[in-house]
Design a protein around this ligand. Structure first.
Ligand code: F6R
Length: 366
């Protein structure tokens, strides 16, 4: 049932070229500029007219929500708020009939996310669900929604569900953006072509596996890790850190790279591995300076870079090269080496990666 893999988590990481494809199947064909999602079709106008979109989720799904904030604001110019479901539901939030509330949940059973959604519904908001498990409680509670079609995720640490969520949210952002006339046709087409190429590029990123085993070997005994990223890669830094802590029990923190100098920089010395997601994008020059700041304090830099980059590799201790893609799609590629890194470190530390201590696949209590 693990398809020859040692753990479900590794199997699910390697399934991503396929699961990402499944999450867009029938919804997008670049060649004919076909872009359509059954679940939101009736709501397209409502989405296009929304003054605000609120996303509620927990954990990894919340990280997918953060990527969606960048995507929707970028493509559709609608303000987005991303909320931890547990905080949102208890702080007497301002919700009106004009709001669209999107819940993201792999299991569709997370108690806080479901309750946040029900609260939003009671205040008259349009509620929308992005779930992986078909027929789950959140899927049933919503007015409309889209399934991620990632297939069953057994490993407690979410991997393929995350990339499927991000794929579906990318499609939604593209649909709303074009409906609102904020995404011009050529840019939209280009994004569609790039998104279609993502599964093949994920396949290439997965070939880094052996190289990542070697890096994992070097850092398996670390007690702390810092993950830094900017822009679209900031949520990926948070996700990389979460993956590492939940399965390897190493303390890890993800930060927007520029926030480092407001505190975490004090932690950096020769014992601190710093994973920097430094792909060639609009914040590249800034992240080069952040890497210099880490190196000046003797931190060990593991950099995820775009193929062919030479600047960051000349500064970093370890370099992981991933294929180029358009900036808004980068999380789908940059998260792959981070999933593998946490997996191998956890295995080397003898941890039960598929069932980490204290964690459950569905958190049905608050
Ligand atoms: C992380 C992880 C958790 C879940 C969170 C939300 O790998 O598994 O952080 O992402 O419990 O779960 P869902 O998406 O089922 O609502």
């Amino acid at each position: 049932e693990k398809g020859g893999y040692e753990h479900f988590m590794l199997k699910e990481i390697f399934e991503q070229p396929r699961s990402i494809l499944d999450s867009m199947r029938g919804r997008m064909i670049a060649e004919s500029d076909h872009l359509m999602m059954g679940g939101i079709r009736e709501y397209e106008n409502k989405f296009a007219k929304a003054k605000r979109i609120i996303i509620v989720a927990c954990g990894t799904s919340w990280h997918a929500g953060l990527v969606a904030e960048y995507l929707i604001e970028d493509f559709a110019r609608i303000p987005v708020e991303v909320e931890y479901a547990s905080e949102f539901r208890y702080r007497n939030p301002i919700i009106t009939e004009k709001d669209i509330v999107i819940a993201i949940s792999q299991s569709g059973e997370t108690a806080d996310t479901l309750a946040a959604l029900e609260l939003a519904k009671s205040k008259g908001a349009t509620i929308f669900g992005i779930c992986n498990v078909v027929g789950s409680s959140i899927a049933r509670a919503t007015d409309a929604g889209a399934y991620t079609h990632a297939g069953p995720e057994i490993g407690v640490a979410s991997t393929k569900a995350f990339t499927a969520q991000v794929t579906v949210l990318t499609l939604i952002a593209m649909i709303i953006g074009s409906k609102r006339g904020m995404l011009e046709t050529t840019k939209l087409h280009q994004l569609m072509v790039e998104l279609e190429n993502i599964p093949a590029k994920v396949e290439i990123a997965l070939q880094l596996n052996d190289q990542i085993v070697e890096i994992a070997e070097k850092f398996k005994d670390a007690t702390n890790f810092l993950y830094l990223g900017r822009g679209y890669n900031f949520p990926v830094a948070l996700e990389g850190a979460l993956k590492l802590k939940e399965i390897s029990y190493i303390h890890a923190e993800g930060y927007p790279a520029a926030e480092m100098k407001h505190g975490p920089i004090a932690l950096i010395d020769e014992h601190m591995p710093v994973v920097v997601i430094a792909t060639k994008d609009s914040s590249y020059e800034k992240i080069v300076s952040n890497v210099q700041e880490v190196k000046a304090r003797k931190g060990k830099v593991i950099a995820v870079v775009t193929e062919g980059d030479t600047t960051i590799p000349s500064m970093a201790d370890y370099v992981i090269e991933i294929p180029e893609t358009s900036e808004p799609l980068m999380p789908l590629l940059s998260v792959i080496p981070l999933q593998l890194l946490s997996y191998h470190i956890a295995v080397m530390r003898g941890c039960n990666v598929d069932q980490p201590r204290n964690l459950a696949k569905s958190v049905t209590v608050e």
